[in-house]
Write a protein that binds this ligand. Structure first.
Ligand SMILES: *[C@@H]1O[C@H](CO)[C@@H](O)[C@H](O)[C@H]1NC(C)=O
Ligand SMILES: *[C@@H]1O[C@H](CO)[C@@H](O)[C@H](O)[C@H]1NC(C)=O
Ligand SMILES: *[C@@H]1O[C@H](CO)[C@@H](O)[C@H](O)[C@H]1NC(C)=O
Ligand SMILES: *[C@@H]1O[C@H](CO)[C@@H](O)[C@H](O)[C@H]1NC(C)=O
Ligand SMILES: *[C@@H]1O[C@H](CO)[C@@H](O)[C@H](O)[C@H]1NC(C)=O
Ligand SMILES: *[C@@H]1O[C@H](CO)[C@@H](O)[C@H](O)[C@H]1NC(C)=O
Ligand SMILES: *[C@@H]1O[C@H](CO)[C@@H](O)[C@H](O)[C@H]1NC(C)=O
Length: 465
């Protein structure tokens, strides 16, 4: 059964890639060619890059050698809790102040700016838009960063966005009115984080290069970034922040405006593999014929259009509906798909019901969570030959059918910690409803901001996408 399923998935993947590789010239395509140099690989319409988990050795914020799995989980749990708190608090702040502290990120990517390209490591922030890097000349630059500060004077393509630019230099992009210094035409911007960290600088229009495992590195000109030289607060061990939210200045939105890269997708490796493997991040073309067979749910506006809100309507455990009323999922405009949160979190009414339904079908003894701060539901299978676990399915409103299902496998539900017979459910109780990255793993998840939908299909993400 599994083999048959894998084969058909592989076949669909081949088809999908073949579709991506076939380049068709159109008005849009030629506009795209001007800005993305794909000449070296025949012009494929896909950018495939690596999403590096913060705990992976390639990450500049990887934990110290010798950090145990359980210590990593506890640190992740703290970040998840802080983030969920900030997400619920963020709604009461200015919509444009990113709701996060400058430390609450889970993935990094490599990205270059300038001509010739200067390489940086940016934190992926699904809660904010702006793409910014620390930039010279420094007024206040933080000192721990993996690469030298961006030097615009060493780039032949640096072009400052003028204060008179009525598309870019406007309050709706930043929450505050950008300023123009006397005798200067620069669009000066300020971006705040909820822990009080602030970054200030100017808006520039630069050439951006992404590492691309699908072919030649695509070079996009006229990419709008913040060149930030007055940075105060907690920014450490990274060069800047790469906004992945739904607004116009985020990395995916700027790529999508170029015509062909109108969707982005990722396939996250399971949490247990995050220190050894990287995940795939793909920018590609929407295909209305849906060759991958993705299940789509509409993206909602929620209470803050930055986030990827969806309409979740129920949960089944071992194929049986838990009977949780769909209204409970709509605490503040829906449920958020957030790769920047590790643990899935539900409000107590939902969490308790899921926990009970799971307990009803698992025969193994319940034991306290050794990570007491997590307070998960844990089961000890000591002495059990081949323990079996229930499946779980999340149900959502569908785009072309009434309901679509998101299937969770063992890695999504009980990621196994080394050297223990205890398995703990990777869901915690909190004050927001968020589907985190442990549960998004092993799914190919496509984000389509223009058509306002998210689509997915189960996939082994440890095999290159
Ligand atoms: C400027 O770029 C050149 C060519 O890449 C490089 O050799 C040089 O070190 C750079 N200078 C600075 C100050 O970054
Ligand atoms: C970026 O700068 C170039 C060169 O000055 C200019 O032609 C282009 O219109 C600018 N693009 C944006 C989006 O500001
Ligand atoms: C740098 O940022 C700090 C904090 O936001 C601000 O008080 C200061 O005026 C800024 N300095 C300059 C030269 O803009
Ligand atoms: C979409 O997929 C179908 C089926 O695989 C393919 O025939 C078509 O060319 C694709 N369209 C685009 C725009 O990629
Ligand atoms: C969620 O609740 C809000 C406020 O009651 C309502 O406006 C919105 O339509 C609901 N969303 C869904 C998807 O049911
Ligand atoms: C753990 O969660 C249960 C409900 O699931 C709650 O009754 C208990 O107080 C929690 N314990 C701690 C230490 O938070
Ligand atoms: C598991 O236990 C073995 C033997 O005690 C030890 O060598 C290994 O480092 C442990 N693995 C982890 C990930 O803690």
């Amino acid at each position: 059964m599994a083999a048959v399923r894998d084969l058909s998935l592989t076949a669909r993947w081949m088809l999908f890639l073949a579709v991506f590789m076939s380049w068709q010239y159109s008005t849009q395509a030629s506009r795209f060619l001007q800005s993305i140099d794909t000449s070296k690989d025949g012009g494929s319409k896909i950018i495939r890059t690596e999403l590096i988990h913060r705990d992976h050795p390639l990450s500049p914020i990887a934990p110290a050698e010798g950090t145990t799995f359980s210590e990593r989980l506890q640190a992740a749990a703290k970040r998840s809790r802080d983030r969920s708190l900030l997400m619920s608090r963020g709604r009461r702040l200015s919509a444009f102040t990113t709701p996060f502290t400058s430390e609450s990120f889970e993935y990094v990517i490599s990205i270059s700016f300038g001509t010739p390209p200067q390489l940086f490591t940016g934190m992926v922030d699904t809660g904010s838009d702006l793409v910014w890097i620390q930039c010279s000349p420094c007024i206040n630059c933080y000192t721990t960063h993996p690469h030298p500060v961006f030097d615009p004077t060493n780039s032949s393509t640096e072009a400052y966005v003028p204060c008179t630019d009525t598309n870019l230099c406007i309050p709706t992009n930043f929450g505050v009115t950008p300023t123009c210094e006397a005798n200067s035409n620069y669009c000066q911007i300020k971006y705040s984080y909820q822990d009080g960290s602030q970054t200030e600088g100017v808006l520039t229009n630069e050439t951006m290069t992404l590492p691309n495992t699908a072919g030649a590195a695509p070079v996009a000109s006229n990419f709008v970034i913040g060149c930030m030289n007055n940075n105060t607060g907690i920014f450490e061990n990274y060069d800047g922040i790469v906004g992945f939210a739904r607004g116009p200045l985020s990395l995916p939105s700027q790529l999508s405006k170029r015509g062909d890269l109108n969707v982005f997708a990722f396939c996250l490796v399971p949490y247990t593999a995050t220190t050894t493997l990287t995940s795939s991040l793909i920018f590609g073309s929407r295909n209305e014929t849906n060759p991958l067979g993705l299940e789509y749910t509409p993206l909602l506006d929620g209470s803050d259009t930055s986030f990827y809100w969806v309409d979740m309507v129920g949960v089944s455990v071992a194929g049986v509906d838990t009977g949780i009323p769909s209204a409970l999922f709509n605490t503040s405009g829906g449920v958020i798909f957030d790769s920047g949160t590790t643990f899935t979190q539900f409000v107590p009414a939902i969490y308790d019901s899921i926990k009970q339904s799971v307990a009803n079908v698992i025969p193994y003894p319940i034991v306290p969570d050794s990570s007491s701060s997590l307070n998960r539901s844990c089961y000890d299978v000591a002495g059990v030959q081949n323990p079996t676990w229930p499946t779980m399915t999340y149900h959502f409103t569908g785009v072309s059918s009434a309901i679509v299902d998101f299937e969770l496998d063992l890695e999504n539900l009980f990621p196994q910690e080394p050297n223990t017979t205890v398995f703990c459910l990777s869901i915690t109780s909190a004050d927001s409803n968020i589907i985190g990255n442990i549960q998004q793993a092993n799914h190919y998840i496509e984000h389509d901001v223009d058509l306002k939908r998210i689509g997915w299909i189960s996939k082994d993400c440890t095999v290159a996408v």
